[in-house]
Design a protein around this ligand. Sequence first.
Ligand SMILES: Cc1cc2nc3c(=O)[nH]c(=O)nc-3n(C[C@H](O)[C@H](O)[C@H](O)COP(=O)(O)O)c2cc1C
Length: 191
Amino acid sequence: MASEPPFVIGISGASGAPIAVRVVAALREAGAPVAVVVSEGGRAVLREEAGLEDGAVLGTGVVAYSDRDLAAPIASGSFPTRGMAIVPCSGTTIAKVALGFGDSLLTRAAQVHLKERRRLVVVPRETPLTSVFLRHLATLSDLGAVVLPATPAYYLHPKSIDDVTEYVAGKVLDHLGVAHHLYRGWKAGVD
Ligand SMILES: Cc1cc2nc3c(=O)[nH]c(=O)nc-3n(C[C@H](O)[C@H](O)[C@H](O)COP(=O)(O)O)c2cc1C
């Protein structure tokens, strides 16, 4: 039997690398295959914020591709996937994807998801936002991508940065259509 198509997780150089680590782990916990591509900026932020080399987000069921490998399967629309999230998504990567650049595997895979009308979730992390950034986010939203900023939900009373990380990771899984226990929604379980 053919194996299930993977989710593609792109990790770019915005702050929020621990969210990416949690998303990959949660997809694996859900039994979903994952293809990961980390940009050069993503590698720097993974090291800085999570103390991890990019290999450390791998594990059983996770396939890693080099960002320079434009011949990787996920560079082609003929390769089936279950959707893609770019988490975290830098302003540079937002701009490239919105403008149609596909000069790295991460940006090319994003173009593939847009052109094939597959799920694409982008998780920007920047503040404040310039009009340029905002225009690119609007373009991506118009193209059908889900723009899911890495912002906390204070109404859920997070106790730690880990709670915030799990909340944002859970929102990403919500939009990839994968069940999880990363956060409990507003009044969940309250009669
Ligand atoms: C520690 C660190 C944190 C950064 N945080 C952000 C950020 O939150 N948002 C952003 O857009 N860029 C951020 N940057 C800058 C990007 O990494 C940089 O613009 C890079 O060129 C992005 O390239 P990429 O999108 O190919 O990964 C950060 C860089 C470093 C080293």
